[in-house]
Design a protein around this ligand. Structure first.
Ligand SMILES: Nc1ncnc2c1ncn2[C@@H]1O[C@H](COP(=O)(O)OP(=O)(O)OP(=O)(O)O)[C@@H](O)[C@H]1O
Ligand SMILES: O=c1[nH]c(=O)c2[nH+]cn([C@@H]3O[C@H](COP(=O)(O)O)[C@@H](O)[C@H]3O)c2[nH]1
Ligand SMILES: NC(=O)CC[C@H](N)C(=O)O
Ligand SMILES: [Mg+2]
Length: 505
């Protein structure tokens, strides 16, 4: 069994980053809500407490009984985590004069395993308004900054540490080293790699699925494609993939994707469901309603295909870790209902198999490369399940979809030609429900506007607009207006996320 670190999430914005860093150190870890520590899990090697927007003195602050964990596992409290340990051991945490935000330096460091190899002066990143003002007697200071005495401590007689700063953030120069030291203390082997993931996952899938038949919703996207190849390695012919053309795919995508899958030796059924989606969507312009209609359309198609195939017991999905973290989020709110086929199983009475549910996107990509999947499949930009349905703003007609497909096709082609495709996280064209006046060949036009969107990101949680060269944008604009009938104006979206989102609906 894979050994793991558990990160108890108290709601910090950087909890996910802790997980990323640990995984970059080839150690598997899971984030769980602060009060859901898996008591019976024998694979746990150590525990990390995250930061939190709360003060430990708030009356509704997230609280959990740490006695179940202390002394049983090596434990590292980060920021709020460190404050909570002190607070629950008769120490004192107060809103003080010595708040720190941003850069600080560890001016003194005592000899301690946690700081092995780290020199005085090391830059750390702080983000706290509260400070530990009274440290319990058995808590020993192991590092201080100019402003804060207890920048790091160790508890005597147990393997428990607290750090006031955030080792997980990039600007804590030796942060990764500190986390690595903690993993050494935990006795982690640090042998969790894409190759080991593939090997253990295929073995687990074989054991889990036996001779059962599985249907997989395949989108051409990275997540479901990597899922398909893993399942194919495990159960071969018992896997059937279903790829739905809802009429909202990119230009030529249906044919292109089916062809790509031929090389992978997958058993894929392509379903042309364009007409029924267009019919169900006719006249609907509310974004959430459109998403729901598309989600239901998927369900109906899969239901029908599963019935045709007979004896299907499992539904495979390309769910990845951020999908799960978002739905678990202890403080989160829903901005958009992502369509995922998550709604399927209840009605279809299928069990779920989601081999990537604990991986981040870049890890999924590495697993794909490990399995020798074609690079262009692995490097594809994410593309939302509802497809162009949420990029034709307002009501959808086949004519509008065709205009958008043509504009988007030019944009994508030119991003590739100019070697910009791999430099952005995601790009796409949007058809605005706005007509404006133009002049072409001395004639007045009154036509649609295309917005171009391109963002940089690492996880789609936050994003910045990509600073594409003006010269490139000029060429794309020119090409779209000249070649795509129905468009006389092109604009570029310069909004970051937040406050905007990546998609417009
Ligand atoms: N056209 C489609 N046909 C069948 N299944 C689909 C289709 N579009 C989306 N899905 C299903 O919905 C899931 C979620 O879509 P999502 O876009 O998040 O992932 P993806 O397409 O696999 O990867 P990527 O994020 O790279 O686009 C997919 O993994 C797939 O199972
Ligand atoms: O599979 C999906 N089904 C959806 O319903 C959906 N909505 C948005 N997205 C993708 O999620 C990422 C974040 O999008 P937003 O910033 O627009 O919320 C971006 O990568 C979006 O393309 C979706 N993916
Ligand atoms: N980042 C944190 O965990 C902050 C903890 C607490 N809210 C403080 O301001 O001190
Ligand atoms: Mg997709």
């Amino acid at each position: 069994m894979t050994e793991k670190i558990i990160i108890l999430d108290f709601g910090s914005q950087t909890t996910q980053l802790i997980a990323r860093r640990i995984r970059e150190l080839n150690t598997y870890c899971e984030i769980v809500p602060y009060n859901k520590f898996p008591q019976d899990d024998t694979t746990v090697k150590g525990v990390i407490l995250s930061g939190s927007p709360f003060s430990v003195n708030d009356k509704d602050a997230f609280y959990t009984d740490l006695n179940d964990i202390r002394k049983k596992y090596p434990l590292l409290g980060i920021c709020y985590g460190a404050q909570l340990l002190a607070h629950t051991s008769n120490g004192k945490v107060e809103k003080g004069d010595s708040r720190e935000y941003g850069r600080a330096h560890l001016v003194t460091i005592n000899n301690d395993l946690l700081f092995d190899g780290i020199k005085e002066g090391s830059q750390v990143w702080m983000s706290h308004g509260d400070t530990i003002t009274v440290l319990p007697a058995d808590f020993k200071i192991i590092a201080s900054t100019e402003d804060v005495q207890a920048a790091a401590y160790k508890i005597d007689g147990e393997q428990t540490w607290g750090v006031q700063f955030h080792p997980e953030v990039y600007h804590s120069t030796d942060g990764t080293r500190i986390l690595s030291n903690f993993l050494n203390i935990c006795g982690c082997k640090k042998d969790w790699t894409p190759a080991s993931f593939v090997e253990s996952t295929v073995a687990e899938l074989k054991a889990q699925l036996g001779d059962d038949k599985v249907i997989l919703a395949l989108s051409g996207g990275v997540d479901s494609s990597v899922t398909a190849v893993l399942l194919n390695q495990a159960i071969g012919k018992n896997l059937t993939c279903v790829f739905v053309d809802h009429g909202l795919l990119r230009k030529g995508e249906f044919e292109r994707v089916l062809k790509d899958y031929e090389h992978l030796g997958l058993n894929v059924i392509g379903v042309d469901a364009k007409e029924r989606f267009y019919k169900a969507l006719a006249g609907v312009s509310d974004p959430e309603q459109k998403r729901k209609i598309i989600g239901k359309g998927f369900i109906d198609v899969f239901d029908e295909e599963a019935h045709k195939l007979k004896d299907i017991k499992w539904l495979g999905q390309g769910t990845i870790y951020p999908d799960i973290i978002e739905s678990l989020s202890i403080t989160g709110t829903v901005i958009k209902s992502h369509h995922n086929v998550g709604g399927l199983p209840e009605k279809m009475n299928l069990k779920l198999v989601e081999p990537l549910r604990l991986l981040f996107k870049d890890e999924v990509r590495r697993v794909g490369l490990e399995m020798n999947m074609m690079e262009h499949l692995i490097k594809r930009h994410p593309f939302p399940g509802p497809g162009l349905g949420i990029r034709v703003l307002g009501d959808i007609t086949p004519e509008k979809v065709e205009i958008l497909q043509n504009a988007d096709d030019i944009y994508m082609r030119m991003l590739n030609e100019y070697h910009l495709y791999d430099q952005v996280w995601q790009a796409g064209a949007i058809l605005l429900p706005v007509k404006s006046v133009g002049v072409m060949g001395d004639e007045r036009t009154y036509e649609f506007t295309i917005a171009l969107r391109a963002v940089t990101s690492t996880d789609a949680m936050t994003a910045d607009w990509a600073h594409l060269p003006y010269e490139f944008l000029a060429k794309v604009s020119n090409e779209i207006i000249n070649k795509v009938k129905g468009v006389n104006r092109v604009v570029y979206d310069i909004s970051s996320k937040p406050p905007a989102t990546i998609e417009w609906e």
